[in-house]
Design a protein around this ligand. Structure first.
Ligand code: SF4
Ligand code: SF4
Length: 356
């Protein structure tokens, strides 16, 4: 069976955020919608990806809380973005759901119900990793989230809890998150899936300087996945596949191409246990015409350059997983952080092989 190719686009458009979530390394300012003419070019590009056999999977309108970003309404009201969102299977918005109901939220609800009623809208709900066992805090978010989404009339609505993961030194927090199986029951009861982790810290410029923190965080996530998360637990993926009508597939039956758009530029998104959004020059897709050929050519060059640098990586050179790591741009990430150890999610790889 040929693997379907999925295109996932992360659009860094929203500006400003008044929260200070633990572990957040988002540049909350500095992106402001689309550069001149980009939205028309992006619509044409999406059409070309589709005509070349890519399935337009999801659009993520990011990086800040859409409820408090100052340009959410301008963006959602743009007919060009409306057209783009309608080309994709799903779109995502992110929020803490901490904001009190106000006029701004009412206007957002009106726009979504008017312009996006026939779309599948999913929410990432950012929660504080330090409060994973604080039921009062969690209940407050659930109530606000339920109140907001009960007003929406889109074709499909799902919500996924995410934690910004970083190195949390408090052992009680680490242990609470290690108790993944038990805590995930609570999240599954109140959201569409179990909790998940995002690596916001990967957004830091000059990641090399933070190599030690990065490695610790990755090791922790890999440990949780390998030791505490049961197999077949990727409920967000499962949920997405069900909604796609592809419930006979698993998350491993697809090839994902993931790119981030920010201020007129595109960047590849490496994938470890989660997406690593980073604006390193080496991940930038050089575009002149905004064509699929340019994306594919650049992808090939990135693959070849990772293989070419294998002799400098004795550990990876003799490893049976090297193809998978190159495809996920993990070897490139090792270069970005200046590390010659292993950061790959080996348990995920093994589960994947079992499914083939
Ligand atoms: S994680 Fe998101 S909601 Fe929280 S402070 Fe950062 S940008 Fe804002
Ligand atoms: S990062 Fe780890 S799994 Fe990947 S090729 Fe290197 S040693 Fe192998």
């Amino acid at each position: 069976m040929d693997k379907p190719l999925l295109l996932d686009l992360n659009l860094e458009l929203l500006n400003d955020c008044k929260w200070q979530c633990g572990g957040c390394h988002v540049a909350t300012k500095g992106q402001d919608g689309f550069s001149g003419g980009d939205l028309a070019r992006l619509n044409a590009l999406a059409d070309e990806f589709k005509s070349r056999g890519y399935r337009l999977n999801f659009l993520n309108i990011t990086p800040t809380d859409f409820m408090v970003a100052r340009n959410t309404l301008d963006i959602l009201r743009d007919p060009g973005l409306r057209a783009l969102i309608h080309k994709f299977d799903f779109w995502y918005l992110t929020s803490t759901f901490l904001a009190e109901p106000d006029e701004h939220q009412e206007e957002i609800i009106d726009v979504i119900n008017r312009d996006y009623a026939d779309t599948s809208l999913y929410f990432y709900v950012v929660m504080n990793p330090m409060k994973v066992l604080d039921e009062k805090y969690m209940q407050r978010i659930v109530e606000k989230k339920n109140r907001f989404i009960s007003r929406l009339k889109t074709r499909s609505l799902r919500q996924f809890v995410i934690f910004n993961w970083y190195e949390y030194p408090d052992p009680r927090v680490m242990n609470a998150h290690r108790d993944y199986v038990n805590t995930s029951k609570w999240y599954r009861d109140h959201f569409s899936a179990n909790q998940d982790y995002v690596m916001s810290f990967a957004r830091k410029p000059e990641m090399r300087k933070y190599k030690d923190d990065f490695i610790k965080s990755i090791d922790w996530l890999n440990e949780v996945i390998a030791t505490y998360v049961p197999q077949d637990n990727d409920l967000e993926q499962t949920s997405r596949l069900e909604a796609l009508g592809e419930d006979s597939y698993t998350a491993y039956d697809f090839l994902n191409r993931r790119y981030t758009y920010r201020n007129g530029e595109f960047y590849y998104v490496p994938f470890l246990v989660a997406c690593l959004v980073n604006f390193d020059e080496g991940l930038k897709v050089p575009l002149r015409e905004w064509s699929v050929d340019e994306f594919e050519r650049c992808e090939q060059e990135l693959i070849v350059s990772q293989f070419n640098r294998l002799p400098e990586k004795p550990r990876c050179r003799d490893c049976g997983h090297v193809g998978k790591c190159v495809e996920r741009q993990i070897l490139h990430t090792l270069d970005v952080i200046g590390y010659d150890g292993c950061i790959a999610p080996l348990q995920q790889y093994q589960d994947q092989y079992k499914k083939w």
